[in-house]
Design a protein around this ligand. Sequence first.
Ligand SMILES: [Zn+2]
Length: 182
Amino acid sequence: MNPTLSDFYPSNVFKFCPFCGANELVWDGVKSHRCGACHRRLYVNEAAATVALIVNAQGELLLVRRKYDPARGTLDLPGGFVDLGETAEHAIIREVKEELNIEVTELQFFGSFPNRYLFGGLTYFTLDLVFICTVHDLSPLCAADDAEACLFIAPQKINIEEIGLESIREVIKSYAQKIRRW
Ligand SMILES: [Zn+2]
């Protein structure tokens, strides 16, 4: 039987207490481990990540092709993790600049989408914070950093099977539904 995401949850991977080193971590079934030796807790939380919805004058959505795992080679929306101590607003502006060489001038919060994926033998939990991003000048656009290429596709023409990450599929479905109503 193929291993599943849950086989690589922190509760199945982490065995040793990071505080005292004892092999006595016990998962509480919800959100933390407790060490049977020193009684301290190790919490498991969703990591904050950002996602950008950027459209051109024709209303087509800007997608990137992922250069790295997880889901290398699949289509994705621009974005990335929020660094320690960083705001989500700063993170999305920084990530769009790093990946696409364009400047976001306005942000509007769209919604949040939980995600989980396997990477390097551990299942990671993220909360993708999605922003509609205004970019006045798309002419400097070029794929860099962890984007291998970028392309514009009309939201209703995006083949959802080509989107590698589950949460991003949900973002695109949700966005395509909303613009039909706007
Ligand atoms: Zn301990």
